[in-house]
Design a protein around this ligand. Structure first.
Ligand SMILES: [Zn+2]
Length: 448
């Protein structure tokens, strides 16, 4: 059935601050997933990862159950044990010696587990949740030597915490059928410069994959700052500096869903790709043009990063489990939701105009494909100076694909739209972004 083209005309109501507000609904299946995430299982995974002693990219199999190769085999076996529906594989690359960190040729393998989505069209949309399973630590004398490869590097928080989270999420979520496809990925070579994720993100772009969102979990289990601050309620979400960009919208979605399911948590959105001079595996995806965000501890303890102090004993298991639940709720919400509406035309120009009058806001959109259980849309509006959406209007009148707001400036406001299905699952918000203005080039004539 083709979507009806129905124009809704809204007069003035958007200037009213008194909007209908309903308690945002929980999807009972998301609650079920959250409740199935097991702190005990996360503890077992963290202790197992610590038991490999090091997961340095160059660590050698000097004894059984030691080093990165043993770790990656174990991670792959875990994924395989959860469900036959998870397609598990090693994504390997042969790297040449280059620079100080890649001091000799090496084979690098990411561990990938794919949970296929529902039907032909829906499953083309991909979400990637990831962590890095490699670790690194200073040598016994306190200095840093990349070629000191078998030195202990427990890496329990960095990034055993993220690996435990994605494994536990894969275990629980592989028992459900989602609309979109989910990739659970444990990257390697993060500590040598985001290598595994860079190669993987590049491959995804070259293959033309439709990656709708990437969530990196790196350092999610520390509550004690090196400065003495302790915080087990707050979590940071890094995304992008660009206002209303798909990455910022992904971070805002994480906050929106996070606050819905975990009202006692504080979500600190940091509109930066990462901390000064630091990085993580979401960055290569941003560089390839995919929406990506990183969930991370609120407090850092540098004496426990890249040192032998990054142990199970020194991290907070309940905090790690809480962040795993947050990531699971967000990922499940994204993967069950319809795709975000398209708000650009074939020339990639936003489908937003001043209407026939020249003074209205005329929004148009299209679903990328027909969604059977589509219920309607939500329109979001904010001032250009506001980081968060300020007004929200539900268009619950069936399938419409345009909206005219009388006497409302498209220049002074930002607009976004989400699709909602009959279960109440909300898509990411697609915002109408001002396109970059091309630099004008004029020819001049040289005169004597
Ligand atoms: Zn890390």
């Amino acid at each position: 059935m083709k979507a009806r083209t129905l124009m809704l005309i809204v007069f003035f109501i958007l200037n009213s601050t008194c909007l209908f507000s309903f308690a945002p609904p929980h999807n009972p299946k998301v609650d079920e997933i959250v409740n199935s995430i097991s702190e005990e299982r996360i503890a077992d995974i963290l202790k197992k990862l610590e038991s490999f002693e090091t997961r340095n990219l160059y660590s050698e199999p000097i004894r059984e159950n030691f080093g990165i190769q043993a770790a990656r085999d174990w991670i792959s076996e875990q994924f395989k044990s959860y469900s036959p529906r998870l397609k598990v594989y090693f994504d390997c690359y042969h790297l040449k010696q280059q620079g100080r960190r890649l001091f000799k040729d090496i084979e690098l393998c990411n561990v990938v587990a794919v949970l296929p989505g529902k039907d032909e069209e829906a499953k083309e949309r991909i979400y990637i949740v990831n962590a890095h399973y490699d670790s690194v630590a200073r040598s016994a004398d306190g200095s840093f030597h990349y070629d000191d490869v078998n030195t202990p590097a427990p890496g329990v928080n960095d990034d055993g915490s993220g690996v435990a989270a994605i494994l536990e999420m894969a275990r629980v979520m592989s028992q459900y059928q989602f609309e979109a496809t989910i990739y659970f990925v444990a990257f390697a070579g993060e500590e040598q410069g985001l290598i595994g994720s860079s190669l993987f993100a590049q491959k995804m772009r070259e293959q033309g994959k439709n990656i709708a969102g990437v969530i990196t979990l790196d350092l999610i289990g520390n509550i004690e700052g090196g400065n003495g601050y302790i915080d087990n309620k707050r979590v940071r979400v890094f995304s992008s500096e660009t206002p209303s960009s798909p990455s910022q919208e992904l971070a805002i979605y994480i906050k929106r869903i996070g606050e819905r399911y975990f009202p006692d948590r504080i979500f600190d959105l940091i509109f930066r790709i990462d901390r000064f001079g630091r990085g993580a595996d979401h960055i290569p995806f941003l560089q390839e043009g995919f929406p990506a965000a990183r969930i991370m501890d609120a407090n850092e303890n540098y004496s426990r990063q890249h040192t032998t102090e990054d142990t199970f004993e020194n991290m907070s298991l309940p905090y790690c489990a809480a962040n795993t639940k947050i990531a699971a709720a967000c990922l499940a919400s994204l993967a069950w939701a319809p795709p975000a509406p398209r708000v650009v035309n074939e020339r990639n120009y936003p489908t937003l105009s001043r209407g026939e009058s020249g003074y209205d806001a005329h929004l148009q959109w299209q679903m990328p494909f027909e969604v059977d259980d589509l219920a309607g849309y939500k329109i979001f509006i904010k001032k250009t100076t506001s980081p968060f959406w300020e007004k929200e209007v539900t268009l619950g009148l069936g399938k419409v694909n345009e909206l005219l707001i009388k006497n409302f400036s498209i220049d002074n406001n930002v607009f976004g739209i989400a699709a909602v299905d009959q279960e109440g699952n909300e898509s990411q918000v697609a915002s109408y972004m001002l396109p970059a203005r091309r630099k004008a080039v004029y020819e001049t004539i040289e005169k004597e």
